[in-house]
Design a binder for this molecule. Structure first.
Ligand code: CA
Length: 487
């Protein structure tokens, strides 16, 4: 009986042991398979989804980069992007001043569709002053595809906490909330960015790291370059989006001796400082490109370099070359800007002459990443990659528009013809940009049918827009006072 019991339990134990061993082998097998699947997915993701870096300068003139012909300000590092990839000769932003231009870029939509048509006031107490939270931003779209997104530099899409980059889809922020900043660290004396509601004071706040004020100890442009490098270092293993929004070379004109010393040949004092500021940006771009190379991720990183609007030549001594007027204008100097991109893995070096827009950056990266665009917010930008690869022919945009509500100004570029309308549409000018880049030869009286055709495009687009939803910088007392003293 005892022997039978022993045999019975012995057999049971043996069976249990065999089952345990079998289960363990299965578990190990499944784990190995899963691990290799995961590794494959990760490798595939890393291989196919590109990183995105957008380097946006502020108020940079059209010819103030080497790749557009700058003679007195060499930009060898920014030029590397154009030489490695695409130089866009007809690169535009959707508006000729900072804040609305950035709202369009960040959403891929004409910002007038959601009432963003004025430079925002620095108002930390107004939740309506800035980019509506209902719009979809680039980091919100890329979040679906597993990107980590950071902004370094100038935000300028609203100073209320609800508009903070971390509340608009970004994972990290190092910068200032307002439209500009002083560059020398000893001039940044206001610790709490939320303690003020004034444009000029906002230029003197401490820098914010996420939600925390930090005291910096070097020239602001160099600080932003360092922080961009840190972000790339920390996020190199996963797909990332870095929006590096240098506030340079927007005023005030301030450069350190290190950069001024490079421009002994420039005798104009303001131009010399401006050149130093651009040179500091160029150094930062060079360090970023070197770092991407050293980390082995340069090939599959898409890098855009552009300005947010044209140069305000009389204010910061920038140079728009042959283009008419500058920042704030609806002529070409207002929003045709230095624009280049590289994506070494996919795009061969070229010059691209058809018009493209900063509105195109969101749809381009969205499609490459496999993210979907919510259908209730249709985009105005397009994915430009098939055009650059020659898979699609013709123009990415046949028509591009500007409306400036407060001044009742419009421009319509259709093909190479451009209509400008002013004063409740009573003045109409027509230019052929393919032969008249400087917009000097008004063809309106010679080609009335063309005026009519472009004007009907303008009217049709206008019906899709809404009125501005917040007041702008021009409505502040400080601005009105300044306008009275400076005609
Ligand atoms: Ca600007």
């Amino acid at each position: 009986m005892n022997l039978m019991i022993y045999n019975y339990f012995g057999e049971k134990i043996l069976k249990i042991m065999i089952r345990l061993l079998f289960n363990s082998i299965i578990c190990v097998f499944i784990s190995v398979v899963c691990l290799s699947c995961k590794t494959d997915v990760k490798n595939d993701t890393k291989k196919t989804i590109p990183n995105l870096i957008v380097i946006m300068a502020d108020d940079l003139g059209y010819v103030d980069v080497g790749f557009n012909g700058s003679v007195d300000i060499p930009t060898p590092n920014i030029d590397r992007i154009a030489n490695n990839g695409v130089k866009f000769t007809n690169g535009y932003t959707p508006y000729p001043v900072c804040s609305p231009s950035r709202a369009g870029f960040m959403t891929g939509r004409y910002q007038q569709r959601f009432g963003y048509e004025r430079n925002v006031q620095y108002r930390t107490d107004d939740p309506n002053m800035g980019l509506p939270n209902s719009e979809n931003t680039i980091p919100e779209i890329l979040n679906q595809a597993g990107y980590t997104s950071g902004v370094v530099g100038k935000w300028h899409l609203g100073a209320h906490i609800s508009k903070h980059p971390l509340n608009q889809g970004f994972d990290s922020f190092f910068g200032h909330l307002g439209g500009g900043h002083r560059y020398f660290h000893e001039e940044l004396v206001i610790k709490d960015s939320y303690s003020i509601n004034d444009e000029s004071m906002s230029y003197r706040t401490w820098i914010m790291k996420d939600h925390t004020p930090v005291k910096i100890e070097q020239y602001l442009t160099d600080e932003f370059s360092d922080q961009a490098i840190n972000f790339i270092e920390e996020n190199q293993k996963d797909p990332f989006f870095l929006y590096l929004a240098y506030n340079a070379p927007h005023g005030p004109l301030q450069a350190t001796q290190k950069y001024l010393d490079r421009f002994d040949d420039i005798k104009d004092k303001r131009r010399k400082i401006y050149a130093g500021m651009v040179s500091a940006v160029d150094d930062g771009v060079g360090r970023i490109l070197d770092q991407l190379q050293a980390l082995g991720i340069e090939d599959n990183t898409i890098i855009f370099f552009l300005s947010d609007n044209g140069g305000p030549e009389t204010k910061n001594a920038s140079n728009n070359g042959p283009l008419r007027e500058g920042k704030s204008s609806i002529y070409e100097g207002g929003n045709r800007i230095p624009f280049a991109m590289q994506w070494k893995a996919e795009i061969a070096p070229m010059v691209y002459d058809f018009p493209i827009s900063s509105l195109d950056i969101l749809p381009t990266i969205a499609e490459l990443s496999g993210a979907t665009i919510p259908s209730d917010k249709p985009l105005d930008g397009v994915n430009i990659i098939p055009y650059l690869k020659g898979e699609k022919e013709g123009r990415p945009h046949h028509t591009l528009y500007i409306r400036k509500y407060d001044e009742d100004l419009y421009s319509v570029r259709d093909g190479d013809m451009k209509l400008v309308t002013k004063k409740k549409n009573s003045i109409k000018e027509l230019y052929n940009l393919s032969e008249d880049l400087g917009e000097e030869n008004d063809l309106a009286t010679k080609r009335p049918n063309e005026v009519k055709r472009l004007d009907s495009l303008r009217q049709s687009w206008n019906t899709e827009l809404i009125d501005p939803v917040f007041l702008g910088l021009i409505h502040t007392d400080a601005w009105k006072k300044r306008s009275k003293t400076q005609p």
